[in-house]
Ligand binder design. Structure first.
Ligand code: FES
Length: 165
């Protein structure tokens, strides 16, 4: 079972756009997390070159900003692969073969969590419930949610991804 979910596709990194996003959010209380989340949502990662701008805008040190970025895996500092594969590791999926699927996916792609395949095609990310528990194990590839994913079906899904850079 597949289900289309609304999601914003990543766009190539653009420092000017990133700075405009920082400006729009910098006056919010606790603005650092919303800024980093917004940058990752738009570009798929936080370019390290923007850290100085973020620090200056929020009156923080660069080390403070770096500390938060490195603490959370979601705040990648390198561009993700052309496809982001998210595998649910939460309870319902674990109960019906999720662990076996995780192992298979890591072996099939030759990467660990948060890593990108050497050909730049896939980035593998863990996720903790995709809201698809009734159809576990669940996997999301880019914006598309897939349920009842077996290792064989995972291979088929990976093989079906458009490889246009
Ligand atoms: S536990 Fe996996 S989708 Fe909810």
């Amino acid at each position: 079972m597949s289900q289309e979910l609304a999601a914003t596709p990543f766009i190539p990194w653009n420092a000017e756009t990133a700075r405009a996003m920082i400006d729009a959010l910098k006056d919010r209380p606790g603005a650092l997390m919303p800024i980093l989340t917004a940058l990752v949502g738009r570009f798929g990662y936080v370019d390290p070159a923007i850290v100085a701008d973020i620090a200056r805008s929020l009156n923080l040190s660069r080390a403070e900003v770096h500390g938060v970025i490195s603490f959370y895996h979601d705040f990648r500092t390198t561009p993700p692969g052309r496809h982001v594969v998210r595998i649910c590791r939460a309870e319902s999926c674990q109960a019906v073969g999720g662990h076996r699927l995780e192992e298979h996916a890591r072996e099939r792609l030759g990467v660990d969590w948060h890593e990108t395949t050497s050909d730049g095609r896939f980035t593998l990310e863990p996720v903790y419930c995709l809201g698809n528990c009734g159809c576990s194990p669940a996997v999301m590839i880019d914006e598309t949610l897939h349920g009842r994913v077996t290792p064989a079906r995972f291979d088929a899904l990976i093989g079906n991804q458009d490889d246009t850079p």
